[in-house]
Design a protein around this ligand. Sequence first.
Ligand code: TYD
Ligand code: MG
Length: 454
Amino acid sequence: MAKSQIFTCSACGASHSKWSGRCDACGEWNSIVEEAPLSTGPGKKALGGLKGRQVPLLELNTPEAPPPRSQSGLDELDRVLGGGLVPASATLVGGDPGIGKSTLLLQAAARFAGAGLSCIYVSGEEASAQVRMRAQRLGLGDAAVRLAAETNLRDILTTLDTERPDLVIIDSIQTMWTDTVEAAPGSVSQVRSAAHELVTFAKRRGCSVILVGHVTKEGQIAGPRVVEHMVDTVLYFEGERGHQFRILRAVKNRFGPADEIGVFEMTGGGLTEVANPSALFLSDREARAPGAVVFSGIEGTRPVLVEFQALVAPSPTPQARRTVVGWDSSRLAMILAVLEARCGIPFVGLDVYLNVAGGMRVSEPAADLAVAAALLSAREDAALPSDMVVFGEISLSGALRPVSQTENRLKEAQKLGFSQAALPDRSSGSAPTGFGTRPVKDLATFVGEMFGAG
Ligand code: TYD
Ligand code: MG
């Protein structure tokens, strides 16, 4: 009997019945690869026919203490983890190659070791000597972290079973392989089965594991999204190559809020924490620059101020450009459409560039009004008052909708020296004393007040 073939997307893990150039599920090109079929699964006989073990059932209201967490002392990391590392948890840290994942985790391992956890760092990419050299460069030569350079998962699990560490870091999951799966290291089935073994080990032996996963573009190596569903916490380490800022973002967390961010700066001596990201993102702001607008946003539990920069210029080609860095491009298209339809301000024949300063990525709809303000300010070549922050969600009718945590946004703005805000008129919460607000009903009113009618 011919074996049924399985095709899997190495970026998102979706299964397909036949090969195609583009994955329907995630839209990635050239990422679909043929996989060896996994175990055949349950047979034709019904499961209930054979005698299984009786599984104990528990009441939902059985008292359960909150998990004791271990803090690394790196506040930016602890906060993103939801207040510290939970014992027996599995965490995935994804990111582009070279962004600083190994550096971050080596520093974290040293801190956790300093806090009394026994830590093992398993590198499948670098020799132990290389890791030691990096540790010395980071000033962590004396940290009580034990190293191994190994990729055979069976040997690693045997070692962990005798050593019983509190925390093990696997750098990276794509280099690990198990001999039970007939596929090359890095393929979807190897990555899945290695992650499954490690996560099961973590739960059974009460040891926390942190898996490193490289984000990949081509289909030869499976990306971290393939294992996202198996782990408790998924963190992505992001940043622009040219910038020294790095953002650790929780996209899934079973033990804390998702969307929390931690901000770091890559220096010659490793990653340092940035306790006040707003001050950093606004650090080299020009006074009264047309097209630049400060948005008072919320990232996780913390307010963060960032600057939106827009450039609007006549397009040399019939097809005008829309280029966005750090924000959603379809959201930009929506705001351009609302400006045109509800305020009569056309962007036809104009190239539009939108950028979030500092390499930050904003996903809140609350930034709509700031984006609209930046676009108008660039188009009219008129700067907004330099002491003003802007936030509010724009609906398709052009009306402004209030957003959450107005007071926190205003307080953070005042702390950084701003003294007024344009915000939706139905916002709840009061402004701090000495802080001016300009409540706006809809986008057309905002345009009229800020830039003169039309
Ligand atoms: P690395 O942690 O190896 O990235 P990843 O594990 O995500 O692939 O970091 C690589 C980059 O970080 C490299 O380009 C050099 C830079 N770096 C510094 O700038 N300072 C440092 O102290 C270290 C260790 C690395
Ligand atoms: Mg690395």
